[in-house]
Design a binder for this molecule. Structure first.
Ligand code: DGJ
Length: 728
């Protein structure tokens, strides 16, 4: 619910459990009054206090009033160069060369439904679910309007934010930064949690207390990155899974981002999140507009668990556009880890042959099917079938695979080119490059200038021609290097600051075209695993390959970190062969299955090499997953333990929305002598119901939650258990 109180100049957003309030203060400056647990209403502007502070200047309208300073108030969208010395949200370079921004409130409007953003991903949904608030601010000297957009998804406590900047003047101006989100707190006793890592070890949480000065994360790699995720949490020092105030902020953006927090001299905190200002600038000609990507907030008064579940519900319900809708998605088999690029049609068929009898439903042909792609030196950019490997083309292979009872999926990497390719030979200038500089290779490949329409059109035309009519049900969209030498031959020198963002807009346009031309095809995002696992891509690709690390034990950590924002249904996860290719670790097939089925679930191995016993395990796993699909994919997710603490086990749980059934999964650590007797305490059950565990003994819900299920002593490392509990 959005309440505009014109008399008191208050703007209040209520969700089911939270309240957000702004106040139009003196001289039409928009201040941030409150964001936290839901309150019944009232004017919270008593929190906005004036005091004469040394070295905190006063705006010209304040005259001799030394108690009024932008430097001391919590701002709704911070400005720059006019008295607030903290993190700016926006910087404008005016025709005179000044880099300042000074914003004043003009008006606000509320309507039912959710705003959308041209060319950018955004939450969406029905008029009954969403409300939109639009606030217009203006910079009179710059003749620039800034529209702050808010979407309220009341049921799931989601508040989205976006910003639109319009040049109303007669001369061009330049945007030097434009954040999506500014969130001020009249406190700084907060911790910041960020999700960090590297290729093959993504999204590991790191929690540090905010301290005076600036701290944060970001990416300058052109993609949101393996190294830092565009999702952060600010929380009370006492916050944990089930207690304490916390704020999650996600950015729906797949390029350079930053999320930075500052603690100021008076112990207030500010979070600013949006496109990374690194090498960013954007020229706005008279009448032109720029839109900053959407950010989404969830505040939870009771810990990370409820915050994550609200994000999961909101993302499933209102961000993802899943062509499979309510239909169960297929259990897939991918040959990549078994063959890499060294395959032909017979080799693929031999792997596929085993899959359907074991319960798999979709065969995915990965990298290596096109051009001269026999290793990673050649072929990218040439999106036509390599008939030497696949005689008869896609049609022949697809019909052979379909004859085995499997759907067919295919891998693409549209943004990239090898120097050894027809495309590069014809258009060497289509790769990002800086005149006079050498080209940095990554995995022996270059990055195509996706900011250019003709480049996208060419690649899209080839891919569309290759895939059309081939009977494909799934596409895996990969991206296997970071951007360097970011310069576009299509833009003048003064617009080179636009290339990174135009590249991302190009990626989104390409994704949108794929969606439109292949509306029934499921697209899985991928960036060397989880290098572009963000809300922006999720809008187009309902699932994303979580990591190139398929080791079940490392995956416990990767999927745990990922789960703070993103739902299970988005996390690409496969069972692979052992010893694992990344870690060399050997884990039981049971364990690999239990971990992968807490994601989109599939296999990535040569099934013909499995023993009869292993195949029987696989058959049981696929049947179990299908039986409990809805519970796992759409249930409420509970983290029962933290794998980074090296405890005796890592456990998690899926609970049905009516709380009548749950599935708890657990993986033990390395075995140690003299093991203690342990229990597993569940969460989210109805304390007053009695639940049968794995069809055997039954216990009341409160006993299962407060005391727990007695665990057997399992010998051997990394053993797995699952407990399916159902109300009687
Ligand atoms: C990186 C992906 O993450 C892998 O799954 C695989 O598709 C390779 N690229 C193929 O080059």
């Amino acid at each position: 619910m959005i309440v505009l109180d014109q008399e008191n100049k208050l703007i209040t957003l209520h969700t089911k459990n939270t309240t957000y309030q702004m106040k139009v203060w003196d001289y039409n400056i928009l201040l941030h009054a409150y964001y936290g647990p839901r309150i019944s209403g009232g004017d919270l502007s008593y929190l906005l206090r004036c005091k004469d502070r040394g070295f905190s200047p006063n705006p010209s309208e304040a005259g001799v009033d030394r108690t009024f300073s932008l430097d001391t108030f919590p701002q709704e969208y911070s400005t720059c160069g006019v008295g607030d010395f903290r993190l700016p949200s926006i910087e404008l370079e005016l025709p005179c060369g000044s880099r300042t921004a000074d914003l004043r409130y003009v008006d606000s409007q509320v309507r039912r439904g959710k705003y959308s953003l041209d060319g950018l991903p955004a939450f969406h949904g029905s008029e009954g679910e969403w409300e939109t608030l639009s606030i217009t601010l203006t910079d009179a000297a710059a003749q620039v309007d800034v529209e702050l957009l808010y979407g309220v998804l009341e049921e799931y406590d989601v508040i989205t934010r976006a910003v639109r900047v319009v040049n109303r003047g007669g001369s061009a101006i330049r945007l030097c930064s434009c954040a999506s989100l500014c969130l001020d707190f009249i406190r700084s006793d907060l911790d910041m949690i960020t999700f960090n890592g590297a290729h093959v070890m993504e999204r590991c949480p790191s929690r540090v207390p905010l301290h005076p000065g600036i701290q944060g994360v970001g990416s300058v790699r052109g993609a949101s990155s393996h190294q830092h995720n565009p999702f952060v949490i600010l929380c009370g020092r006492d916050a944990d899974e089930d207690h304490g105030l916390c704020y999650g902020a996600m950015l729906l953006y797949s390029g350079n981002f930053q999320a930075v927090a500052e603690v100021d001299q008076f112990e207030n905190a500010r979070l600013v999140m949006g496109i990374n200002p690194y090498q960013f600038s954007w020229t706005l000609e008279p009448g032109e507009a720029f839109t900053a990507p959407e950010a989404a907030l969830v505040c939870s008064p009771s810990g990370f668990g409820p915050m994550s579940r609200q994000f999961h519900r909101g993302i499933r319900r209102s961000l993802i556009r899943d062509p499979w809708g309510d239909r169960r998605k297929p259990v897939l088999i991918n040959h990549w880890e078994a063959t890499e690029m060294y395959f032909d049609a017979d080799k693929l068929a031999a792997i596929a042959q085993e899959a359907a009898p074991l319960g798999m439903e979709l065969f995915v042909m990965d990298d290596g099917w096109f051009g001269a792609r026999n290793d990673d030196n050649a072929g990218l950019g040439d999106w036509f079938v390599n008939e030497k490997k696949l005689p008869g083309g896609l049609e022949a292979l697809v019909s052979r695979i379909k004859g085995m009872g499997l759907e067919f999926g295919i891998w693409i990497e549209p943004e990239m080119v090898n120097e050894d390719s027809d495309l590069y030979r014809a258009h060497p200038d289509w790769a990002l490059n800086v005149p006079g500089r050498g080209l940095s290779r990554g995995r022996n490949q270059l990055v195509l200038d996706f900011s250019r329409q003709e480049v996208r059109d060419h690649v899209y035309g080839q891919i569309k021609a290759a895939l059309s009519g081939a009977g494909i049900s799934y596409i895996k969209w990969d991206m296997n290097r970071s951007l360097t030498e970011v310069w576009s031959a299509a833009l003048p020198p003064e617009r080179q600051g636009e290339v990174y963002h135009r590249y991302v807009l190009g990626v989104y346009e390409f994704a949108q075209r794929l969606r439109a031309d292949f509306p029934d095809v499921l697209i899985e995002g991928c960036c060397g695993g989880g290098g572009r696992f963000d809300g922006g891509m999720l809008y187009y690709t309902p699932q994303i390959w979580c990591s190139d690390n398929t080791d079940a034990i490392d995956r416990l950590r990767i999927q745990y970190g990922t789960s703070f924002c993103y739902p299970v249904s988005t996390m690409g996860a496969h069972v692979s062969a052992v010893p694992n290719g990344v870690t060399g670790r050997i884990t039981p097939m049971e364990t690999r299955g239990v971990v992968a089925m807490s994601g989109t679930f599939g296999y990535e191995m040569d099934l013909s090499k499995c023993t009869t016993e292993e195949k029987e395990t696989v058959r049981r796993q696929t049947a179990f997953f299908k039986e409990h699909y809805e519970l796992i994919q759409d249930g409420d997710y509970y983290r029962l333990s933290d794998p980074f603490r090296n405890g005796p086990y890592t456990a998690w749980e899926h609970v049905s929305p009516d709380r009548r059934e749950a599935l708890a999964s657990l993986v033990t650590g390395p075995f140690r002598g003299a093991p203690p007797f342990l229990t597993l305490r569940l969460k989210g059950l109805d304390p007053s119901l009695r639940y049968r565990v794995n069809g055997g003994d039954s216990w009341p819900g409160d006993v299962l939650m407060e005391v727990g299920i007695p665990l057997p002593i399992l010998t051997g490392d990394y053993q797995a258990l699952q407990f399916y509990v159902k109300a009687e």
